[in-house]
Design a protein around this ligand. Structure first.
Ligand SMILES: Nc1ncnc2c1ncn2[C@@H]1O[C@H](COP(=O)(O)OP(=O)(O)O)[C@@H](O)[C@H]1O
Ligand SMILES: [Mg+2]
Length: 301
């Protein structure tokens, strides 16, 4: 689609294995183990959805795929090449082959929507201004944003428009892999479905490989070829796999494992009592969810 299409996909077809491979991956922050011996193979062209409750490690897993979080053990491979062995320079180049749609869009507040979308093109290409303008125009149309949105600042447009602008920016370099972190969180059901449709459209357009992290089951069912459900480690015994489900959306709906049906059907179960006990022990009042529109997200494409 863009002028970069040829360079962004040059290596496609070179390797015969999965495009992305997570192999025995563990991530620990200090005392806290977040991911434990996770293995996932993602073939080119597939849309993999990762679901699971807040705090189970979805965002951390996504970040290991682009080397933003380093594994404590295990490996992540892109086209058979270990990401952890790449130099910073090689890693920076590899990241141009990923589009990352951050939780909460993470646009630069001081830049217009136009400049936000143009940002990766200015950073990583030497395209003339006229070409950049035409690519941004194309991207705006692709995600269904009016041209009039281009001059606005992120605060001047709605949450749904910001998410679409974040998607347009992620697509600017025509990446073969797109990672989405909670693309529909905070949106109403209709706007959520607009985003779902866009994820499907992006995939159909260029056969892109996608990983979508979400706790929205509508999104999971609609866009996923395959769904993986992660479980928080602190709820699991030492010998239990952290991937408690792997299969198609239809298989997920038929699954009778209570850990899975509780999530799929959105039931609190014993969590209310658990939360109250936890908060009593900690001696603090209800703090609400820390997972909404995470303002801690790195403000960088
Ligand atoms: N950079 C970090 N340093 C320390 N702890 C982290 C870091 N990133 C994430 N965590 C912790 O890892 C756990 C999983 O986080 P995350 O992957 O964001 O969960 P979610 O499934 O909601 O996306 C949380 O307990 C979080 O506090
Ligand atoms: Mg998250």
């Amino acid at each position: 689609m863009t002028a970069l299409a040829s360079t962004a996909t040059t290596d496609a077809g070179r390797s015969t294995g999965p495009l992305l491979e997570v192999d025995g991956l563990s991530v620990q922050f200090g005392e806290q183990a977040v991911l434990r011996t996770i293995s996932i193979a993602i073939p080119a062209g597939q849309t993999l959805v990762i679901v699971g409750e807040s705090g189970c490690g979805k965002t951390v897993l996504l970040k290991t795929l682009i080397g933003l979080v380093k594994p404590t053990a295990g490996d992540v491979r892109f086209e058979g090449q270990s990401i952890s062995r790449l130099s910073e320079r090689a890693l920076a180049h590899l990241r141009t082959r990923y589009g990352f749609v951050f939780q909460g869009a993470a646009l630069f507040d001081s830049l217009s929507i136009f400049e936000n979308i143009a940002f990766p093109l200015r950073e990583h290409t030497r395209l003339p201004e006229s070409e950049i303008r035409s690519i941004v125009d194309e991207l705006l149309a692709e995600v269904g944003l009016p041209r009039s949105a281009a001059a606005k600042k992120p605060v001047q447009i709605s949450g749904g428009m910001r998410k679409r602008a974040g998607l347009a920016r992620a697509l600017a370099l025509d990446p073969p892999v797109v990672l989405y972190d909670e693309p529909t969180t905070g949106l109403d059901p209709i706007m959520s479905d607009v985003i779902n449709e866009l994820i499907l459209r992006v995939r159909a357009r260029s056969g892109v490989t996608s990983v979508v992290v979400t706790h929205d089951m509508n999104t999971a069912r609609k866009v996923g070829d395959r769904i993986i459900m992660l479980y928080p480690l602190f709820r699991l015994g030492a010998a239990t796999s952290q991937i408690v489900f792997e299969g198609t959306p239809a298989e997920l709906d038929r699954c009778s494992d209570p850990r899975i049906s509780q999530f799929v059907e959105g039931r609190a179960g014993a969590r209310l009592t658990e939360l109250r006990d936890e908060q009593e022990r900690a001696g603090f009042p209800d703090t609400g969810s820390a997972d909404d529109e995470a303002p801690h997200e790195a403000d960088s494409p």
